[in-house]
Structures are given as C-alpha cells and as structure tokens.
Design a binder for this molecule. Structure first.
Ligand SMILES: Cc1cc2nc3c(=O)[nH]c(=O)nc-3n(C[C@H](O)[C@H](O)[C@H](O)COP(=O)(O)O)c2cc1C
Length: 369
C-alpha cells in the first residue's frame, strides 16, 4: 500500500475472478479510501439519472434467434479506421491514481492486452506520454476539458498528437461540476497531482475539490469552439456529452468527426434521461454521417449488444474498469474487459449475430415493462 498525502493507494497486480461487473463495486469499496470511492462511484443530486442509466436497458429487448447457423461470434471491429478486437472501450476518467498507485499507466496496459481502445482524461494522474507509452502502440484517444486559456488547450493537443494519440474527445457536458453529495459529505479534495495540470499553467490539482478543478475549464462552449479545435488539430474530434439530436447536428455542422452520447455516468445533470434512452434518437439524427460512441450504465454483454443495435459503434465502460484497476492493476483491468467480452459473445450467439456489423443491424423490441 503506497501512501500519498495521507491517501492510501492500492498496489494489487493480479487477475480477477469476476461473476459480474456490478459485484466489483462492492469489492472495490472495501479497498478504495472513502473519499476516492465516493468520487468514483457517486452521481449528482439524488442519483436518479445514475439509476436510470441501468434501468433504461430494460426498455428494449433482444430477439433470440436460433436457426441462423452461426457459431463463435467475433468481436473485431473497425472504428475511425482503427482495427479493434472489441467494441467495448475504456472511457476517459479522471484521477485513476485514486484507485491504484500506477493509475492510467496500468489501465492502458490492461486495455492494450485485450486489443481495445482507451481514452485518457485531461485530469489523469499520469501524463499523456507515459499513458500512451504504456499502451505500447494500442490505440488511445485524448479527452480535452477545454480551458479559456487556448495556450493550455493547444499545448495538450500538441502533446497528445506527439504521443501518437488517434483522436480527440472534447467533453462538453461538464461546464460546471454536477452537485455530487458524496464529495461534499467526504469533503473530498484530490490528494494526488494531475500530471497534465502540473506540467502546464494551472497548478497541479492536488488539494483542490472538484468544483475548483472544473473552474479552470471553460463554462461557455459552442459550435465555434468545436470548429476551432477541429481546425487546430488534424486528429478526428469527437464531441462527448451529447444527449439531444439538436446538439449532435450542431456538433457535426461545426466539424465533429464523431458523436459521443453520454450523460457522464449520471454525474452531471440529474433529472435528465438515461443515456441509452436517447441513443436511438441521436443516431437517427446523425444518420450514419459520423461514428457514434456511447456510454453510461453499461454493465452487461446484453447492454453492449443493445447499444450497438441502437446506433452505437463503440461502447464505453467507466467505473467497473476503475474498480478492476483497484482490485488487480493492469491484470484486473484486463479481467474486466475479458469478462464483458465473454458475456457479449454469449448474447451474440443466442441472438444469431456472428459479427459486430450483424449486431448493429439487429432489430430490438420496444416493449416497456
Ligand atoms: C471517476 C470518474 C471520473 C470521470 N472523469 C471524466 C473525465 O475526466 N472526462 C470525461 O469526459 N468524463 C469523465 N467521466 C465520465 C466517463 O467518461 C463516462 O461518461 C462514465 O464513467 C460512464 O458511465 P459508467 O461509469 O456508468 O460506465 C468520469 C467518470 C468517473 C466515474
């Protein structure tokens, strides 16, 4: 156990025997310090949207198909020209040093081991270059929290490009921090420096609360900002935090190369819809113009299937990976993806879908319980 500024960081490096991803939360709670666990697990206000993210997957059903003559479903896919071994990817998530002493470096190793994609957060515990190097050539995206300071934005975009990152995710749904009560109760302050902030002009994040961290991000964001970032970088710019067809079309009009449907895992606007409940409408508006990424509440192979069949090209998981990191480091992260991929393979076989392209064409039933 390493101790930084009084915060105990886990050092486990072992594979995990996983029954299901929900179970990981209970196990991780035992070993992640209270403040860190509250920050990772919590949602905003009374967490209605956080819970809705899970329940929404019951709003659609998968049609069992038995007479399709298929076996051994294949999870390979290709998104943004990147060949991937799984459509499940690691979302951008801040401060993974809260879960494990190696932070994002171990996450990158675990994701690379399954041939998946990882997104790095602006507020990572480890630097862009170190996390990219740990991926050892595996594809990564860099997520930008846009600052009012364009020198800061451009420095991060340059560093991401130099590190070989394949795409930029611009997060637009966190212009203020959601009202997260766990952080207030725990008086949570980030105990571990944030590598990208340390390097540039904004202090290192350590000792600050979430509101102070977000205060350095821009509050006023519009299509012109997307256009400016897309002009600056030659990497594809994917806009994250889209929950309405209108915003999706604004983003594409401004030059977005991808739309990322997410409600930030129920951490921002409480009272908004589950991310899965808006996916289909956003996908209809996007109409195949650019790829769609989806996250929030995905815990089962059947959830991944339903998201792909509702318009997503890539499906992200957040908290379960952080829990896997805490419990087993890089190998723990690998176990999380292997488990979800295994569940997805079972569902694909039972739904008569051999490939991810077949899943995307599958028709779901719309029966509300
Ligand atoms: C601890 C934590 C930190 C996060 N940090 C970021 C971040 O820095 N940037 C970002 O765009 N999203 C961030 N998110 C949101 C995730 O990218 C993603 O939308 C969410 O985790 C998906 O929901 P899930 O955790 O239910 O899978 C964070 C989520 C968590 C749980």
């Amino acid at each position: 156990m390493a101790i930084v500024n009084g915060y105990k960081q886990n050092e486990n490096e072992n594979s995990l025997d996983i029954l299901n991803l929900d179970q990981l939360e209970k196990q991780a709670k035992e070993i992640i310090p209270t403040g860190g666990f509250g920050y990772i697990s919590g949602g905003s206000e009374d967490e209605w949207t956080l819970r809705a993210n899970r329940q929404a997957f019951t709003h659609k059903q998968i049609v069992p198909r038995a007479l399709t003559n298929i076996e051994k479903p294949e999870l390979d896919t290709n998104v943004f020209g990147l060949p991937l071994k799984t459509p499940v990817f690691m979302v951008p998530a801040a401060a993974q040093g809260l879960a494990h002493v190696k932070g994002e470096v171990d996450t990158a190793k675990g994701v690379a081991a399954v041939g998946g994609l990882m997104a790095q957060s602006t507020y990572s515990s480890t630097s862009i270059a170190d996390t990219a190097a740990a991926g050892n050539g595996a594809p990564q995206f860099f997520q930008l929290y846009m600052s009012d300071d364009w020198d800061f934005n451009e420095a991060l975009l340059d560093e991401a490009k130099a590190a070989g990152v394949k795409g930029i995710i611009l997060t637009v749904d966190a212009t203020v921090d959601g009202y997260r009560e766990a952080d207030i109760i725990n008086n949570f302050q980030f105990p571990i420096p944030m590598a990208n902030l340390t390097k540039y002009s904004e202090g290192d994040g350590q000792g600050k609360g979430i509101a102070e961290i977000y205060a350095s991000a821009a509050q006023k964001i519009g299509p012109d900002d997307i256009a400016r970032i897309a002009d600056y970088t030659d990497l594809p710019v994917i806009v994250k935090g889209i929950e309405s067809p209108e915003d999706a079309l604004y983003a594409i009009g401004a030059g977005a190369a991808g739309i990322y449907v997410s409600n930030h895992g129920g951490r921002q606007l409480n009272g908004g819809p589950a991310s899965f409940d808006v996916l289909e409408d956003v996908a209809k508006a996007v109409n195949g113009k650019v790829p769609i990424i989806f996250d929030s509440g995905v815990r089962r192979g059947s959830d991944v299937f339903k998201a792909l069949a509702s318009g997503a090209d890539l499906v992200g998981i957040g908290r379960p990976v952080i829990y896997g990191l805490a419990l087993g480091g890089a190998e723990g992260v690998q176990s999380v993806f292997e488990h979800l991929d295994h569940e997805l393979e079972i569902i694909m076989q039972l739904a008569g879908t051999k490939t991810i392209e077949d899943v995307k064409k599958a028709k779901l039933l719309n029966l509300h319980y």
